[in-house]
Write a protein that binds this ligand. Structure first.
Ligand SMILES: [Zn+2]
Length: 380
């Protein structure tokens, strides 16, 4: 559980809570903020004074209040900072642009196979340059750029030469060289995709302090978040992908068969039937293609076992991110039924949350890191 240690840390922590509450709920008054965050009215007043002084919020229109004096809306200064998150994965590079507001300002995906070469990283830098230009961002307001990928090391060993796990291969990338290449963007090295995904979970899950995050993409992983902090990023327990959901199923890289990782990845879904992308699979599924129908039935059986296992083990809400979230969302009722409600044992109060920008989860999480750091720096 996160416990701020000094007054200074408490101030930053409360500032982040207020900024994120404003982001998620839109215009609010001081009273609304106190009610929503559980902070005292005097704490909210103090924090708002600091946030106003640092140009992170302004006072908006006055509204009539039923309780005496008119209240004032608090308005976040949305363009105080811009943040870019990049996710590098085996088959694609994704960019997102955010500011202090709720919607993602822009996103872009390039389908390109990872290559650990100078030319590959140069290409990413050129795309980044185009991405910033095409959005006409005032560069003095670019808070930073964070890159997320599948590192195999802890985040405190980030600088230097580190192995990056991309699907089945382990590549060694020279992060110092990459940092130099991106120096002018306030570049903040790299972040594990799972960590970024979990941060995205916070972004997407609104006010949830506790949940299990499961990313279903070209790989599968996740973590458990308690009190807004991920508690097991580096443990084996985040290897949700290697729970067996289909005994005797497909062979997995871990040496066993039927792991979630091999049964339910996006690529595993369409490639085994010879499709070149997931949309082709779903359009044939919609047209009633028998092989697709059978494969999808198996897929749903397997993923529901995994979700049910997570629910049984943790008894928490589950946030689903990754590129498959948008497709699974269309089968939400059936999945919820199978995960939560086919039991007569106890009443279910938990829910499944399907990420709206699941495919961009890691990139959003990476950009959110820039914003968090910016707020902390402003308050310090
Ligand atoms: Zn496995």
């Amino acid at each position: 559980m996160y416990q701020p240690k000094s007054l200074h840390e408490i101030r930053i922590y409360h500032s982040k809570i207020i900024m994120s509450t404003l982001r998620q709920n839109g215009l609010m008054t001081k009273n609304d903020l106190a009610l929503k965050t559980g902070l005292s009215l005097s704490s909210v007043t103090n924090i708002l004074k600091i946030l106003t002084d640092r140009n992170l919020v302004t006072l908006g229109d006055k509204i009539d209040s039923y309780a005496g004096r008119p209240a004032t809306y608090i308005v976040p200064v949305l363009d105080a900072v811009y943040a870019v998150g990049i996710e590098v994965s085996q088959y694609s590079v994704r960019f997102v642009l955010m500011n202090l507001g709720e919607p993602i300002l822009d996103r872009k995906k390039y389908d390109v196979v990872f290559e650990n070469t100078e030319a590959y990283w140069d290409r990413i830098r050129d795309w980044l340059e185009d991405f910033i230009d095409s959005n006409n961002i005032d560069r003095s307001k670019l808070g930073g750029v964070v890159l997320a990928t599948r590192l195999t090391v802890r985040s405190d060993d980030r600088i230097g030469t580190i192995p990056v796990l991309l699907d089945r291969s382990t590549e060694i990338i020279d992060t110092e060289a990459i940092c130099k290449k991106f120096d002018s963007y306030n570049f903040d090295v790299t972040l594990n995709t799972k960590i970024a995904g979990a941060i995205y979970g916070l972004w997407e899950s609104k006010d949830l302090p506790n949940y299990v995050y499961l990313s279903v993409d070209s790989t599968i992983g996740g973590c458990v978040v308690r009190n807004y902090e991920s508690v097991n990023i580096f443990d084996l327990s985040d290897n949700f992908g290697h729970m067996i959901v289909h005994p005797g199923g497909y062979h997995c890289s871990c040496g066993r068969t039927g792991c979630l990782e091999t049964q339910c990845t996006e690529t595993g879904l369409y490639k085994r039937l010879g499709y070149s992308n997931v949309n082709e699979f779903f359009s044939d599924l919609k047209a009633g293609n028998e092989r697709c129908v059978a494969r999808w039935k198996e897929y749903l059986d397997d993923i529901c076992i995994a979700l049910n296992n997570l629910y049984m083990a943790y008894d928490m809400d589950i946030v689903i991110g990754g590129s498959m979230a948008q497709y699974l969302d269309k089968y939400r009722d059936e999945i919820e039924q199978r995960v939560f409600r086919d039991y007569n044992l106890f009443p279910v109060s938990k829910k499944l949350i399907f990420g709206h920008n699941g495919e961009y989860a890691a990139a959003i999480g990476a950009a959110a890191v820039v914003i968090e750091k910016f707020i902390a720096r402003k308050i310090s």
